[in-house]
Design a protein around this ligand. Structure first.
Ligand code: ARG
Length: 471
């Protein structure tokens, strides 16, 4: 080959009569994005080299040279001085070529009994495992903020909605604990994904394993995997874990979009339920009065790209024959962007939630205006002996009077209420008050303030596994 031979041809070009087309070289390269896995690639190489030496496949001296070279490369990557080359196609060949530059023959022996196919599968799992732990820590921080706010707002009353119409009064803490439940399930899904993905593909080589006397259990253990993947064909071609993560991420973003939507509504002048801290909002370039809830809006919008990445990966893997195919190189960008989007969204939320202030007076006023205790009046009449359907009719008439005279049920005279049913007595006002209404829903999972406080306590215990890290 000529002096102009591209670097990748120098590494793996033996069987080619002509150089790679310049555009094809660029088009097929992945180093622009897979260099993000450099440290994982080095970790995999360290384990592989240690195993090769332990099995007498390479010498102790080769191993020492390789590890020293990898340490230097790791420092270069961290410092940003590593000389990445598109001509070397991907992160794996870039690092291998650099290693050989540094330590000579030992570097050339590192690839014994290994292929980029098991190497890349290993790298992605190592990368994602760390990402999952970081994501779990951010969810934990967000859940902590929700528990704090739920406890602080356990007594405050707001309208609960169905169809976005005022339905029944609930406590603010109860509403926040609903968000907590959604996100705790998400954390559990992430934990489950981590458990299933934490196996080592290394040693599957290109697809069929290798004739060298390797020890896959050793490398798996070195890298903190629970064990080696069972089947070499599956090990190099399985991307289920990436799809599973994106699916978990899509559900999580869906949850964040729902919470975002409520924050956007609640911070509007029309609802006026909350104040978002100024540092999470921006102004308008033309309307001086505006304070826009940009962070929740943006997160609501970002859910779209994560759903898209899930579909990219599902479609990428659809109909792929065993084993490795170059298609798989397309798994990284959707996966990385999902990690970035999720981390950013969780971080913003975890920072923002503890700083939200709730306008208790306005929330209470909204619950009053919406006849939210109408169901309580109906239940009261049932206790006094009416059939529920008849009670429903009586209360409907009372609500109509309230609408006509712009008053809540609790603001009516006893004599007025008695026009609708003689069963109504003075004690009705205990039932019609917002505080009486929420306090009466005093069962497991109910909205009563003391139930919310109990739920917060249980919540703290139920999420304890998150703080100690995933198993
Ligand atoms: N850059 C490739 C990827 O991301 C690495 C594996 C390439 N293997 C191969 N035989 N071409 O999937």
């Amino acid at each position: 080959m000529s002096n102009q031979t591209p670097p990748s041809r120098q590494l793996i070009g033996g069987r080619f009569a002509e150089d790679t087309d310049a555009f094809v070289e660029e088009f097929t390269a992945s180093v622009m994005f897979d260099q993000r896995m450099a440290h994982q690639d080095i970790e995999g190489s360290r384990a592989h080299a240690a195993m090769l030496a332990k099995q007498d496949i390479i010498s102790a001296q080769d191993k020492a040279d390789i590890l020293r070279g990898l340490d230097e490369i790791s420092a270069e990557v961290t410092a940003g001085t590593f000389p990445w080359s598109v001509g070397l196609e991907d992160v794996h060949m870039n690092i291998e070529a650099r290693l050989t530059e540094k330590v000579g023959m030992a570097g050339k022996r590192l690839h014994t009994g290994r292929s980029r196919n098991d190497q890349v599968a290993t790298d992605i799992r190592l990368y994602l495992r760390t990402a999952l732990d970081e994501i779990s820590a951010e969810i934990d921080r967000l859940l902590e903020g929700l528990l704090m706010q739920a406890d602080a707002n356990a007594d405050a009353v707001m309208p609960g909605f169905t169809h976005l119409q005022t339905a029944q009064p609930v406590t603010v803490g109860h509403h926040l604990m609903a968000w907590f439940e959604m996100l705790l399930r998400d954390a559990d899904r992430i934990r489950d994904c981590r458990r299933r993905m934490n196996v080592s593909p290394l040693g599957a080589a290109a697809l069929a394993g290798t004739s060298y006397p390797i020890d896959r259990h050793f490398t798996a253990e070195q890298m903190g995997f629970t064990g080696p993947a069972e089947n070499s064909l599956d090990a190099v071609s399985d991307r289920d874990f990436a799809i599973e993560f994106c699916s978990d991420a899509a559900i999580l973003m869906m949850h964040l979009s729902r919470i975002s939507e409520e924050l956007v509504l609640w911070s509007s002048a029309q609802f006026s339920f909350i104040d978002l801290p100024d540092r999470f909002c921006t102004g308008s370039s033309i309307m001086p009065q505006k304070k826009n809830p940009d962070v929740p809006e943006l997160i609501r919008g970002k859910s779209g790209r994560v759903y898209g990445h899930l579909f990219s990966l599902l479609t990428l893997m659809k109909s792929q024959p065993l084993a490795y195919n170059k298609d798989n190189q397309e798994d990284k960008e959707p996966l990385f962007d999902t990690v970035d989007t999720l981390m950013g969204s969780l971080r913003a939320f975890a920072d923002m939630v503890p700083a939200i202030s709730f306008r208790h007076d306005d929330m209470r006023e909204a619950a009053l205006r919406g006849f939210s205790t109408a169901t309580d009046l109906a239940d009261y009449l049932v206790v006094k002996g009416l059939a529920f359907r008849d009670a429903h009719e009586v209360v409907g008439q009372a609500v109509r009077l309230g609408l006509e005279t712009k008053r809540d049920l609790a603001e009516m005279e006893l004599s007025e209420l008695q026009e609708f049913s003689a069963a109504i007595e003075q004690d009705v006002f205990g039932v019609l008050s917002l505080e009486g209404s929420v306090a009466s829903r005093d069962h497991f999972g109910g909205t009563a303030p003391n139930q919310v406080r109990e739920a917060v306590k249980r919540g703290r215990a139920r999420k304890a596994w998150l703080a100690v890290g995933t198993e």
